[in-house]
Design a protein around this ligand. Sequence first.
Ligand SMILES: Cc1cc2nc3c(=O)[nH]c(=O)nc-3n(C[C@H](O)[C@H](O)[C@H](O)COP(=O)(O)O)c2cc1C
Length: 168
Amino acid sequence: MTDLVIYFSRSGENYFGGQLKNIEKGNTEVIAEYIQELDGADLFKVEPANEYPADYMQCIDVAKKEQQNDARPEIKNALDDIDGYDTIYIGFPNWWGTLPMPMFTQLEKLDFTGKTVKPFVTHEGSGFGSSQRDLKKLCNGGDIKNGLSIPGANVYDVKDTVEAWIKE
Ligand SMILES: Cc1cc2nc3c(=O)[nH]c(=O)nc-3n(C[C@H](O)[C@H](O)[C@H](O)COP(=O)(O)O)c2cc1C
């Protein structure tokens, strides 16, 4: 059975080891595409109805407020079910210690009962943060496997690591 990757990723201005850089493809998307290539998985990108600012400082403000308000930002095309999949990869950047709030919007719509869940995160030093605790609630009923944590600056050097983790 084909696997599915549900992910969020933001292009635009971002921090790399203390420096602001503009990127055309988000870090998490690079990993999602490795999984597509190596595993033949389908990709589903969670896209907020209102795009986040490309400006990094503005973006972190918006994201912080959403988290403080426990918001569920509207998303463009929600996925209604995952009935046709057994294994779901869930990918996201660490935003203020956990998943970006649009991932909450999406994941709460889905029933993970009996599914295998493989989470991956890209980050600037905090790894999964508290996202694994949040994922337990969001993917209630799923069997959550060992996660993969990748520093955002390294995404172009970790294809082998991703391949080994897929095979775990
Ligand atoms: C709004 C926002 C909040 C972030 N918060 C954290 C954080 O708390 N800890 C951390 O290690 N990195 C944090 N980062 C850095 C991102 O997790 C990292 O750059 C990630 O690779 C971005 O993935 P993307 O390009 O797929 O969106 C934050 C970035 C943004 C834009």
